[in-house]
Design a protein around this ligand. Structure first.
Ligand code: FAD
Ligand code: UDP
Length: 391
């Protein structure tokens, strides 16, 4: 095969590796992609009847404090000034998320200042002091109560999390909600990062520019495990270095068992109204509402000329993934983490003996935001691939 590197998967991880290796290091890169489009889960397309950009695999908001990633991203796209804000509906009332002074005062029908609100939450969280006895919260349940106290936790986190994960919150890692800030100000920005925005001409245009290089070939509709294709695992591994960004358990034919994933079902609707909910994302905190949130895509791009009498919404439902489903969120129970450790042993051997590099969200079984996927791809190129891949 006349290439220096094969990349499996054309998400942000795979395309960043391909772009850097081709552009900076002169490598000829073949990218194989199972789907019929590039871009992995960040892919977006215009809904044909309205022209509204829809993120096919769930809403994607770009944000980062990593200057290197920001500099790299802005080589391929400009960003709008979009700032992400989310609201949540709880028992028929709308509250701002993430939890901030506005949420707290609305919830407790109060007018606390920052210190009084902190003192109240501290008092409510004190029930955990004896349990924790100085140690860090060990799971999502402990983390939630210690962060915001039980009343707020039970209203805004417990049941939403139950719908999103269908896993006992004592089995979920604390890190799942550490992503959500809690603020004792009225600042209701969803992210804390230095840079935030949406790609001016859409995600797919950005992703296409990453892949647009004469030394990069992308083969769509090509599953790396399909032996009827010319480029497949058995034909490639050991002969050419491979960067694999698909599910790590699948690579080893589930030898150490299946890693747990959540998948999402999206129900998309075009409505004959100009504005359905007045905001990009509305979460639903109550168990009785079967979906976790509704996205309304027009609000991601207020700067664009979209029709004023039609809108596109998407309801999001979460469930456990079977083998045939798209794996979206690693569940990461203790049993998963034990399996992952066993797979780590296998990936190290596969790397040392056959030149396979595992990366990205699926390849490392880690929840990675886009900026993290891009950042870790840049590091992999610098530290591991560029020195090893011979051109
Ligand atoms: P992916 O994008 O999943 O790409 C992997 C690619 O590998 C896929 O295209 C897949 O088809 C391909 N592949 C898998 N197996 C094979 C095979 N056998 N052969 C060939 N190809 C294969 N990040 C943010 O920063 N902000 C957000 O708001 C945000 N929202 C998200 C919402 C959802 C619902 C999800 C699931 C993720 C979200 N993310 C968000 C994370 C973001 O999608 C990831 O950071 C990014 O997609 C990671 O890129 P990746 O290349 O690792 O994986
Ligand atoms: N979460 C919650 N209530 C909310 C929003 C989030 O309980 O209204 C919890 C939930 O467990 C979720 C986690 O916080 O899985 C992370 O939320 P985020 O919005 O970052 O998740 P994502 O957009 O990745 O689905």
């Amino acid at each position: 095969m006349d290439v220096d590197l094969v990349v499996v998967g054309s998400g942000f991880f795979g395309l960043t590796v391909a772009e850097r290796m081709a552009n900076e290091h002169g490598a000829r890169v073949l990218v194989v992609e199972r789907r019929s489009h590039i871009g992995g889960n960040a892919y977006s397309e215009d809904e044909p009847t309205t022209g509204i950009e829809v993120h096919r695999y769930g809403a994607h908001l770009f944000h980062t404090s990593n200057e290197r990633v920001w500099e790299y991203a802005t080589r391929f796209t400009a960003f709008t000034g979009y700032v992400h804000r989310v609201y949540t509906t709880y028992r028929g009332e709308v509250f701002p998320m993430p939890i901030n002074l506005g949420t707290i005062n609305q919830f407790f029908r109060s007018a606390y200042g920052p210190d009084a609100a902190r003192a109240l939450v501290r008092e409510q969280a004190a029930e955990l002091d004896a349990v924790l006895a100085g140690r860090e919260p060990a799971n999502l349940d402990e983390k939630g109560v210690s962060l915001i106290g039980r009343p707020l936790y039970e209203a805004f986190i417990r049941d939403y999390t139950a719908k999103q994960w269908q896993t006992d919150p004592t089995e979920l890692p604390a890190s799942v909600i550490s992503r959500l800030p809690v603020r004792y100000t009225y600042d209701n920005r969803y992210f804390n990062d230095a840079h935030e925005g949406l790609p001016v001409d859409g995600y797919t245009a950005w992703l296409e520019r990453l892949a647009d290089h004469p030394r990069i070939e992308v083969r769509l509709d090509t599953d790396f495990f399909d032996t009827s294709q010319p480029v497949h695992k058995d034909a490639v591994v050991g002969n050419v270095p491979v960067v694999y960004t698909g599910p790590v358990d699948r690579y080893f034919d589930y030898a150490e068992g299946e890693l747990g994933w959540r998948t999402l079902d999206f129900e998309q609707e075009v409505l004959d109204v100009g504005d359905f909910q007045g905001t990009p994302v509305m979460n639903y905190a109550d168990l009785a509402v079967p979906y976790t949130r509704i996205h309304e895509f027009r609000h991601f791009h207020p700067e664009r000329e979209y029709p004023d009498d039609r809108t596109v919404i998407m309801r999001e439902f979460s469930r456990f993934a079977d083998r045939g489903d798209e794996p979206y969120y690693p569940v990461n129970t203790p049993a998963d983490r034990a399996r992952l450790l066993a797979y780590r042993g296998l990936t190290e051997r596969e790397h040392d003996e056959r030149g396979v590099y595992f990366g990205g969200r699926l390849g490392t079984y880690q929840y990675l935001d886009m900026h993290m996927a891009i950042g870790s791809a840049l590091s992999m190129v610098d530290n591991r691939l560029a020195p090893r891949v011979r051109v």
